[in-house]
Design a protein. Structure first.
Length: 296
């Protein structure tokens, strides 16, 4: 197997840690970013010649460009870019502070967008590569108590979906990774819980608060197997647009998509009724639905 060069954000824990250790163990080189140093020394000590760490807070736009440029300069070519850094902000929308909202968006959404954008000139110049954007089952389905987290994941999925079409002519593939609950530190340690408003105690939004405070449940996903599946996806041609990981993710996404499709199909005629009439017809709407050209 030919060794590859990877650039991964958030390598000291969770999926980033599993990805880095598996890749380094098989002989690949990893440029890995971290926000806090806990854990990075262990990786550096084990793979001093093939692991290239760099401190990065993805809410720092200038820092992103500097770290990305240095990574490409150090490795010469980067085959796979993994946008992994992020966390969960949980609580009913009313419970969240403005500062928490801004930081969640700046980390999960804006930070991911800026990081990927910083890599694009390098990937174009080298003639291709692969981008893996970490999302979640929460990027396709949404539950009470996670409104801002879902907003960032749905947002980054829209960005990555459109990006895939933009960069395909340059040989750059884009994969959106959608894990379910995994046995990482994301749930208990990687999530922030908003201040409680008592009025929400008896509402569906309180369910996530109970999970995070009682700490009695864990995800069913094996993070090592999930990381291995992400690595394997980099060899697939063409790049899979989405990579669903975990039976809970599959079930959650399938249920959400089926419900959304049912809602939309029920409005076929009412949607068409708002079309402007075609030339030479008295009314628009359902009668024109089968013959009207696609219009943006």
């Amino acid at each position: 197997m030919t060794s590859r060069n990877w650039l991964i954000t958030g390598v000291t824990s969770g999926f980033g840690r599993h990805l880095s250790e598996q890749l380094l163990s098989r002989g690949d080189r990893v440029a890995g970013t971290f926000r806090t140093a806990a854990g990075v020394d262990e990786i550096s000590a084990s793979w001093p010649d093939t692991f290239h760490p760099a401190r990065l807070d993805v809410t720092d736009p200038a820092g992103i460009v500097t770290v990305v440029d240095r990574a490409f300069a150090a490795l010469g070519r980067i085959d796979v870019v993994v946008s992994n850094a992020g966390y969960g902000l949980m609580g009913a929308a009313e419970e969240l502070s403005d500062e928490q909202i801004v930081h969640q968006i700046a980390t999960n959404l804006t930070g991911s967008i800026r990081f990927i954008r910083a890599t694009l000139p390098h990937l174009r110049r080298q003639g291709g590569g692969r981008i893996l954007q970490l999302s979640s089952v929460g990027g396709q389905a949404a539950w009470p108590g996670g409104s801002l987290y879902h907003a960032t994941k749905w947002g980054i999925e829209g960005f990555a979906d459109a990006l895939a079409g933009e960069v395909a002519p340059f040989g750059i593939g884009v994969t959106i990774v959608e894990p379910g609950g995994a046995r990482t530190n994301f749930r208990y340690g990687g999530s922030v819980l908003a201040e409680r408003i008592e009025a929400y105690d008896a509402t569906p939004a309180a369910h996530i608060r109970r999970i995070l405070t009682e700490r009695t449940t864990q995800g069913i996903g094996d993070p090592a197997r999930m990381a291995a599946a992400m690595i394997d996806s980099a060899d697939r041609e063409p790049a899979p647009r989405r990579l669903v990981l975990g039976s809970d993710a599959y079930q959650g996404i399938e249920t959400a998509l089926a419900a959304r499709l049912a809602d939309i199909r029920a409005q076929r005629e009412s949607a068409a009724a708002t079309d402007a009439p075609l030339p030479g017809t008295a009314t628009g709407g359902v009668a024109e639905l089968r013959t009207a050209p696609t219009r943006l």
